[in-house]
Design a protein around this ligand. Structure first.
Ligand SMILES: [Cu+2]
Length: 150
């Protein structure tokens, strides 16, 4: 009886995982390499929503960062500032571009600097409890580095 329950639980987990994979596709993911003393970075990617429904990304996580936030960048006067947002919304059949100077996944409290050639494993939590895992290779990115912290 116990074995049967366990098998059923596994089946449910597996099927919801497979569903998440077919609905949202992650392409061109990468994380920004960090200089030795810097403990923040960001992850960029293109998220494709292949479903006929809006997909909402609730949060993101990676083992390497103590805290992960969803950020956007907007103009305040003549200064570009980044700001935390509660979620990312990807409209039906649309793409969301996470890129420098725009929406991005912000990493805080890195356990060690991100070095070029490493690969970060990132997990997204979607609205209906599905998770989506993807690999983000670490790359040097110069563009969009002007993040203003307060
Ligand atoms: Cu940010």
């Amino acid at each position: 009886m116990y074995a049967l329950a366990k098998t059923l639980a596994l089946f449910v987990l597996t099927s919801s995982f497979a569903q998440a994979h077919s609905s949202v596709e992650v392409q061109d993911a990468y994380a920004r390499a960090t200089p030795p003393s810097v403990t923040t970075s960001a992850v960029f990617a293109t998220l494709h929503n292949h479903t006929d429904k809006e997909v909402v990304v609730m949060s993101a996580s990676t083992e390497r960062a103590g805290k992960v936030e969803l950020h956007t960048v907007e103009m305040q006067g003549d200064v570009m500032k980044m700001r935390q947002v509660p979620n990312f919304t990807i409209a039906a059949q649309q793409q969301l571009h996470l890129k420098p100077g725009a929406d991005h996944i912000m990493l805080f409290n890195l356990d060690s600097p991100l070095k070029e050639g490493e690969v970060l494993s990132v997990e997204l939590l979607l609205e209906e409890g599905d998770t989506l895992q993807f690999d983000a290779p670490v790359k040097k990115v110069m563009q969009g580095m002007k993040h203003h912290h307060h």
